[in-house]
Design a protein. Sequence first.
Length: 271
Amino acid sequence: MPTLFVYGTLRTPVGGPDGDTKYHHRIAEHVSPGRRATLPGALLYDFGAYPGIGPGDGDVVGELFEISEEGLAICDVIEGHPSFFERRRGSVHTDDGAVEAWLYWAPPSFLEGRVPEPSGDWFARPRPDSMPAAPMPDDPDLHAVMDRLRAEKFTWLSSTRPDGRPHSVPMWHVVHGNRIWFATPADSVKVQNLVENPSVTIALPDPSNVVIVEAWATRHPEMWDELAPMFEDRYGWDPRTEPDGSHTLIEASPIRVQAWFGEADRHEWTF
């Protein structure tokens, strides 16, 4: 069977916050019990709802699984291989020696301007009171687009059902830390779609002044204290007051933005 090194939300739960290992259940029946392993020559970065790795002079802590081909295909969808995170072979260290394994590298543009996590361990990272802003190119046109997203009251959020059918719904949103956030029932169609496939498209409703954002969306309920007041200020609604804690937060990290400032004035940014 193939071997896979995991270092973040695919790791086996060990009693920490549920969000730390929120995707492990998707592959649990497809993997052998994990072995502790480290990846040399790499650095770990905290993206908020999930981590990523890039080349560097550190060691990243994780687990080594044997995984079925079906399980590997599930991981490819979760990680967005090959269009987002890239799956490549690498050598990891275990108590039994070096092992060649698959692992997922973050897109280089996501690492620019970020400080790596010194411990190299997703479980050992500090938990800041607020989330730092995601790096973004210093482009006035892009800043104008993000300002438009902040000003608009509604967006269309499109995701993909497990059977491949598209699903689109109008949503309230807030922009914070260069990410787009939604509050929605945890059992909604869109949330179930994101569990299977985190790739989404977000669009403003004005067809004459187009903004389209391709993003990677994950549940991030740990951010309620910071985000709920923003929804209340903007819409007069605190999602935390919904019955039985029924709502969850979705964090959408842009990976590609398109904007049309006119028929002949089109812009595109890829992160």
